[in-house]
Every structure is written in structure tokens, then in C-alpha cells.
Design a protein around this ligand. Structure first.
Ligand SMILES: [Zn+2]
Length: 261
């Protein structure tokens, strides 16, 4: 599934080179040694005591998302969290093609922890994806799209299903340096309110408690919306988009709770 999501994101043009990263966290016992026989202890970027025993699958630093499916054990690491949550066992394959896990692992772990343990919502599976879709990222360079209300009222107006798929809208996080604790904290906060956040001048991060492919779909819905918006800008803003009243009618019909329109 991580391989299929990686391919999907590549088809979207959202993970050039080795850009982007994917992780899943499953809170049930998994025996990783069949595929990942090499074991070593690693310190976790933050203590996650409630995730003791949980298993994370995460992309290796510098790996290409489009290649995960070809040989998952070469591109992924498997981390089983120890009792106490300060460290874990890092399991990797014999054909491992990376030194460290993704440099955004601090954000992935923090978001899994927040969603699975701290919010009190019962979930034993959680997926997080960071990717760099071109149109969405481009819009984040234009100052007026850095306002969350402006961003959402403009992007969610092009297709009827966008508000249904992203009823909490797209969160906006001002630029922070990649991999930093500041970006990590902003992701945790933003992904409490939204299922996808736009990282200013960088890319996006999406989550799902259903499947990794669902998280990839969220990136695609947001990127498609951004592509319409970009087309409209390039065409001299000839398009009207769905009106607020039309979007509210869609929400009434499909029982969507939203407070954007
Ligand atoms: Zn990135």
C-alpha cells in the first residue's frame, strides 16, 4: 500500500527526485524479522510512552517514493517502540538502501502520537504523507493564499466533491525550516484541525486513520483544487467557481459539517 501511494504521488508530480516521505503506525504486534532481519536500537526523536509496542513503517532518507513498491524492504525501515517510548528497535532489510530514516521522521512520529494517543480518539492505525505537489506549493508562495480562509474559499470552489473530501479544509503553516522542531510542532497543531496542511513554500502533509492511500488521495484532492486555481489565474480569472450558496447546498445534501463557506 505504501508502494502504491508512492506511485500515485509520483504520477501527481508531487515527489520529484527523493522528495516526500511516508509512514504508517500500527498499534498491534507485528513480527518484522521476515522482511527486516537487521536489528539495532535507535533513540526516538520524542518520548511516546503510549505507543509502546507499536510498529512504524517509514521511508528511508533519500529514497524515491516511486520505487518503494519495487522492493519495500530496501526503501523502508520498521521501528518497534520500546516500553517507556524513549527508544525503539530499528529493523531493516538486508538490501537496505539508506543510512537514516526520513529527516521528517520527527513530524511523522509526533503526528502519529498526537492522533493515536493524546487526542483520546481510538485509533490503532494511522498514516502520514509529506509530498510536494507543484500547484499547491506554488500558491503558497503568493501572499494572499497564505491566509487560511482565502486559501480554502478559493481552492474548494472548483469541484463539488472537494468540500466533501476535505470538510475541514486545508490548514496553512507559514514557512519553517525542514526537519525542525518548529515544523514538527506546527504539523501537530495543524493536523488536529485539518486532515491536510500546506507547508508554506515547501509542500503538504496529510494524514488518515483509514489507509495510506486515503492520505495520498487527500494530497491529490488538494493538488487538483490548486491546479484549477492556477488555471484560473493563468486565464485571467475567467472562472466563477461554485458559489458559497451552491457549496452549502452540496453540504446539506451530503450531510457535510463545515464552517468555511
Ligand atoms: Zn519536503
Amino acid at each position: 500500500m505504501m508502494g502504491e501511494a508512492g506511485r500515485h504521488l509520483a504520477d501527481l508530480g508531487a515527489c520529484e527526485g527523493a522528495a516526500g516521505n511516508i509512514s504508517v503506525c500500527a498499534h498491534w504486534p507485528i513480527e518484522p524479522r521476515g522482511r527486516f532481519p537487521v536489528a539495532e536500537v535507535m533513540e526516538l526523536p520524542q518520548q511516546v510512552p503510549e505507543l509502546a509496542g507499536a510498529t512504524l513503517l517509514v521511508t528511508g532518507s533519500g529514497r524515491r517514493l516511486r520505487e518503494i513498491g519495487d522492493d519495500p524492504a530496501a526503501h523502508l525501515a520498521c521501528i518497534v517502540v520500546h516500553e517507556g517510548g524513549k527508544s525503539g528497535t530499528l529493523y531493516t532489510g538486508l538490501q537496505r538502501r539508506f543510512e537514516r530514516v526520513t529527516s521528517e521522521f520527527n513530524s511523522h512520529l509526533a503526528v502519529h502520537y498526537d492522533q493515536m494517543a493524546l487526542l483520546g480518539a481510538w485509533t490503532n492505525f494511522h498514516a502520514v504523507i509529506h509530498a510536494q505537489p507543484v500547484h499547491l506549493t506554488y500558491l503558497s508562495h503568493i501572499p494572499r493564499y497564505q491566509d487560511e480562509q482565502y486559501l480554502n474559499t478559493h481552492l474548494l470552489r472548483w469541484q463539488p466533491e472537494t468540500i466533501v473530501q476535505l470538510p475541514d479544509g486545508i490548514g496553512y503553516l507559514p514557512f519553517r525550516v525542514p526537519s525542525t522542531p518548529e515544523l514538527m510542532a506546527a504539523n501537530v497543531e495543524g493536523l488536529r484541525k485539518h486532515r491536510i496542511v500546506l507547508w508554506g513554500k515547501h509542500g503538504a502533509m496529510a494524514r488518515s486513520d483509514v489507509s495510506v492511500k486515503r492520505a495520498a488521495d487527500r494530497i491529490e484532492y488538494a493538488e487538483t483544487a490548486a491546479r484549477y486555481e492556477y488555471l484560473n489565474l493563468a486565464a485571467g480569472e475567467a472562472g466563477q467557481g461554485l458559489s458559497a450558496e451552491e457549496i452549502r447546498a452540496i453540504c446539506r445534501t451530503f450531510h457535510v459539517q463545515q464552517d468555511i463557506f
